[in-house]
Design a protein around this ligand. Structure first.
Ligand code: TXA
Ligand code: MG
Length: 326
């Protein structure tokens, strides 16, 4: 795996620090920021390459959809569609340790990779003055999973962040220990009864008091199998996906990695994840490319081999799922 080397700075969360962090976010950098739950590893949620950097820094072997953090309810409503219950929850608990998964709006600016290709988006307004100032100054949604290496525990201090991510991210905005220490509670409002996807910092009973009913449990990795179509946990194309394909095939779609070969002319439709073979660029393009080729009407999408190193592991994981779920 190619070493990730960035000069990681630790700075105080004063006015200058927040301004520097906002400028870095706007330039596509990786900034660890305090929230009331845990420290998050933030990147511009509208920039696919920046978001790919999050997965690379965490060493995540798969692309899970990320939470887009925004400063206000209005900013959240520009990204997602809130039904009556979702709006009631947002008004009752934001800013606060609640994440709402709602259908994505047509005008969303949250990139495909941050949503893992889904038609829904996870949104949260954190209850933390530094986070809110930073989000306001960045002026765009910020994708932020917990700022730890994949498989490690979530960080509640800046030194926890550094222990995992020093040399892998650009900046840590230090604001001392976080108050809550566990992640936000996640509720999906996707039509029908709201579902609890993850218990967290906001008590379930308080949520149920606002919606006037019990939350349906739909816990991540839970034992109960999900009804098909209930909650798509990952994007699945209609076309059959053929991985590690040696060359484009006439009449079928081709998804390359590296420069497009001459035979791509005969393909039904062809594109490359990255002409230069850059895994960050490939990750940023993955879901949109799959959608384009899928909607081209081809029965099969043949995919060139993508190296299984660094971000390539997550790219291959998603391709494998897409190949299997049809
Ligand atoms: O407290 C928190 O929520 C922290 C701080 C930094 O805000 N963030 C955090 O993010 O825990 P993360 O990326 O570790 O957790 C996001 C969770 C994932 O388990 C993911 O599966 C779920 O949210 N999620 C995101 N978008 C989703 C979607 N569209 N549908 C279903 N689940 C989604
Ligand atoms: Mg986490």
């Amino acid at each position: 795996m190619k070493a990730i080397t960035r000069q990681t700075r630790l700075i105080a969360s004063d006015r200058q620090g927040i301004a520097d962090a906002a400028a870095l976010l706007r330039a596509g950098g990786l900034v660890a920021l305090p929230t009331e739950t845990v420290y998050g590893l933030g990147a511009d949620a509208t920039d696919g390459r920046a978001v790919a950097g999050i997965y690379a820094a965490k060493g995540r072997p798969s692309f899970n959809p990320l939470i887009a953090h925004v400063a206000t309810i209005d900013a959240a409503r520009a990204q997602g569609l809130f039904d009556v219950l979702a709006l009631a929850l947002a008004r009752a608990f934001w800013p606060g340790p609640l994440t709402l998964v709602v259908p994505v709006s047509n005008s969303t600016t949250v990139c495909d990779l941050a949503r893992a290709g889904l038609d829904s988006v996870a949104l949260r307004v954190p209850d933390h003055p530094v986070a809110l100032d930073l989000l306001g100054a960045a002026g765009r949604p910020v994708a932020a999973p917990s700022a730890n290496l994949s498989g490690h525990v979530s960080p509640t201090t800046a030194s926890h962040v550094l222990a995992d991510l020093d040399g892998r991210i650009d900046l840590v905005l230090d604001d001392g220990p976080t108050g809550i220490g566990v992640e936000s509670t996640i509720v999906a409002c996707l039509g029908g009864a709201p579902r609890l996807l993850r218990p967290g910092g906001l008590e379930r009973a308080r949520i149920e008091a606002v919606i006037g009913r019990s939350l349906v449990l739909d816990l991540e990795g839970g034992a109960s199998p999900r009804a098909p179509g209930q909650l798509a946990s990952h994007y699945a194309p209609r076309a059959r996906l053929i991985m590690d394909a040696p060359a484009p095939v006439a009449g079928q779609a081709w998804l390359g990695f590296g420069p497009l070969p001459g035979e791509a002319m005969q393909a039904h439709q062809a594109e490359t994840l990255s002409a230069s073979g850059d895994l960050l660029e490939a990750a940023a393009n993955l879901f949109a490319a799959l959608r384009r080729l899928d909607s081209s009407g081809a029965a099969e999408i043949h995919v060139a081999p993508v190296p299984v190193q660094g971000l390539g592991e997550a790219i291959n994981d998603r391709l494998q799922r897409a190949a299997a779920t049809r």
